[in-house]
Each structure stands twice: as structure tokens, then as C-alpha cells.
Design a protein around this ligand. Structure first.
Ligand SMILES: *Cc1c(COP(=O)(O)O)cnc(C)c1O
Length: 357
């Protein structure tokens, strides 16, 4: 028997979320960001499932672009981090992958190459991670032109779109808009998932939703269900042991939790070796037999302990949801001091992905 620890992936929910992104993008088109193995859901299955709705995918690296082509899909693919070596230029051109150029050395590779992938120019509007400063753009565009390259558009990325009160996104939008104004006929792309939920936020020609497609909240102050998103992944396992702890009994490594009354307790076959966060401590919610239960003690590599006081009839073999429709990944992330992104991309290869829809 295979281990009962499974990441169920609901492809109908994925399509629902993409359509919501498209709706919220208004006049902009939405490129589906499926980097990091489709945020842990399996890039090939995600690309296939979205293929009928999506005309452009965005990925971080060439291996991900290759995976899309290996599926026989010929949508536009944008390589968000651009090329990592000179040899990548020819590969991108051959695969028909559009590349984001964020540094001079990348532009030089393209200029020096007989193969010419389509280019996007990354503008640093204030995140200060990647991209050319607005004052450098005229020079970059002149060099591209002299080298025979005609970029397709400009991109920028927001640092704080997830914080509704922050003035940073508005400032970045203004900086970007002014920086690219001299090239009005080129395309513009801004907007991670969070930007889709900012009233009045311009998204120009192409927005770039990622996390929202998978049904996790991009916002710090609102959970996914409030935003109309449907969870795509249900991380599930089973109880493999139950016992009653007596007052004074502790459970797990370090004995960090001790019963103060007789407590029905279960062991679930999932741990940090599966990508369940070790920092999710006592009181992190889980779900069994229609009841909300809570973790107790430390998460181990292959298992964790739950307090079954709310579901005292639970037995070995009963299904446990670690996150999904009943326990939002946003809640688990809060308990673990992280974000849904890290949890989704952290589900390890040991956990089979099972698809429906
Ligand atoms: C990952 C990424 C996105 C998607 O961000 P989400 O917050 O997941 O929506 C958009 N643009 C760029 C450049 C990215 O790297």
C-alpha cells in the first residue's frame, strides 16, 4: 500500500481562479505564472489544465519553459529571470520563449547572438531586486536598437502590493509609467496577484497573477475565501495511531506539549519531510471527520500529533486534511510564521500529486 499522504490538486478550482484573475485584470490580459513547478502543483498538469484559457505563461527558468513545450503547448512563454548563460539565448529563440532582460550582460548576449528571442526590458521602479533604473532606460534602448533588437515591452514588479495601506505601489506605478513613456507603442506589464485586488490599480497590457491561481491569498490581511478564490491543493493524510494521553503525558520531540487532562490523541502520517512546516506548532488547525482539530507538540519528519478532543471517535485510517477547503493554507502559514507560497512550493517530491477536474 502506498503511503496515504497525498496532495490532491483540483484543476477546476485552478481554472476558476485564473478566470477570476482575468476578470480582475479588466482591460489587461493575464499571463499565468506557473514557475516553481506550478507553485508546487506540477507545472505540466497546471499548464495543460490552463491551456484552453491562457495565451501566455510566465516561468522563472528555462527548464520550466522546456516543460511547457514538452507538453506540446505553444502558448507564449515569458522567462521572468531571463537567461542564465549565453547558450540560453539560442535555446530561448529555438523554443520561442520571450526573455526578460534585467541586466546589461544579458542584453549583450542577445546582441552578440545570431538568434534573437523576443525581449522584454525589466524596469527597476523601486523594488531594487532586478532591472534597469529609469535613468538607464534610454541608453539600454539605444544599445538594443543599435544591436538590431526591438524589445516587445517593459515589465516591473511591485514590492508591497500585498499591503493595502502602503503608498509604495502607487509610487512604483508612477515611476514605471513615467520611465516608459518615451516608448508608447511598447507593451507594459505590472501586477502580481496582490495588485489584482487593489482598487484602481492600473495593470496596463499584461498582469502576472501567480499565487492567486492556486487559491492562496496574496494579501496579508485577507484570506483566500474572502477574495473568491478556491483552494487548488488539498494536502491530506491519515491517522495511523490513536491513544489517550493521561495528565502529565507529553508528546513528541522535546516534550513541548503536556496533557493536563485525559486527551485523545492521534498521529498523522505527514511531517516536514513532506513539506509540512516544522514551525507549525501547537494549535495549528487540521481537519478530521468534519471537525476542526489542532496540532500538539513538534512536527516530526514523517509524522505529527493532533489533539482529537473535538473528534474523539476518530480511528486509524481516518482522513486528515492539513490544508484545503476546510483549513485554509493561509491559516497554516500564519501559524508557521510564513506565507502560502512557501508552503505550496515546499511540498516535497515524496508526496504524490493526484489530479481531478
Ligand atoms: C512570481 C512573480 C509573479 C507572480 O507573483 P504572485 O505574487 O505569485 O502573484 C509576478 N511577476 C514576477 C516578476 C514574478 O517573479
Amino acid at each position: 500500500m502506498p503511503r496515504p499522504t497525498i496532495a490532491h490538486v483540483d484543476l477546476d478550482a485552478l481554472r476558476h481562479n485564473y478566470r477570476l484573475a482575468r476578470e480582475r485584470a479588466g482591460d489587461a490580459s493575464a499571463m499565468a505564472v506557473i514557475k516553481a513547478d506550478g507553485y508546487g502543483h506540477g507545472i505540466r498538469a497546471v499548464a495543460r489544465a490552463l491551456a484552453a484559457d491562457v495565451s501566455c505563461f510566465a516561468v522563472a527558468c528555462l527548464e520550466e519553459a522546456q516543460a511547457i513545450r514538452d507538453e506540446g503547448l505553444n502558448q507564449t512563454v515569458v522567462l521572468l529571470q531571463g537567461m542564465h548563460s549565453e547558450a540560453d539565448v539560442a535555446t530561448c529563440a529555438c523554443l520561442g520563449v520571450e526573455v526578460v532582460v534585467h541586466s546589461d550582460y544579458q542584453l549583450q548576449w542577445v546582441i552578440d547572438s545570431p538568434d534573437r528571442p523576443t525581449l522584454w526590458i525589466k524596469v527597476n521602479s523601486g523594488m531594487n531586486r532586478l532591472g534597469f533604473r529609469p535613468s538607464e532606460l534610454a541608453g539600454v534602448m539605444a544599445r538594443a536598437d543599435q544591436g538590431g533588437c526591438r524589445p516587445k515591452g517593459f515589465l516591473t514588479h511591485f514590492a508591497s502590493a500585498d499591503e493595502p495601506e502602503s503608498p509604495v505601489t502607487e509610487a512604483q506605478t508612477r515611476v514605471f509609467n513615467e520611465a516608459v513613456a518615451p516608448w508608447p507603442d511598447l507593451l507594459r506589464s505590472v501586477g502580481n496577484s496582490a495588485a489584482h485586488f487593489r482598487p484602481g490599480q492600473p495593470l496596463f497590457h499584461w498582469s502576472r497573477p501567480g499565487i492567486m491561481l492556486y487559491g492562496a491569498s496574496p494579501l496579508g490581511d485577507r484570506d483566500s475565501n474572502v477574495l473568491g478564490l478556491k483552494p487548488v491543493m488539498t494536502l491530506a493524510s491519515e491517522l495511523i495511531a490513536v491513544r489517550t494521553l493521561q495528565p502529565g503525558d507529553s508528546v513528541g520531540y522535546g516534550q513541548t506539549w503536556t496533557a493536563d487532562r485525559p486527551t485523545p490523541m492521534g498521529i498523522v502520517a505527514i511531517g516536514y519531510g513532506d513539506g509540512y512546516p516544522r514551525h507549525a506548532g501547537t494549535d495549528t488547525p487540521a481537519w478530521v471527520n468534519g471537525q476542526r482539530i489542532r496540532l500538539i507538540g513538534r512536527v516530526s519528519m514523517d509524522m505529527l500529533a493532533v489533539d482529537l478532543s473535538a473528534a474523539p471517535a476518530a480511528q486509524p485510517g481516518d482522513k486528515v486534511e492539513l490544508w484545503g477547503a476546510n483549513v485554509l493554507i493561509d491559516e497554516v502559514a500564519r501559524h508557521a510564521g510564513t506565507i502560502g507560497y512557501e508552503l505550496l512550493t515546499g511540498v516535497t517530491a515524496r508526496v504524490p500529486r493526484r489530479y481531478r477536474g
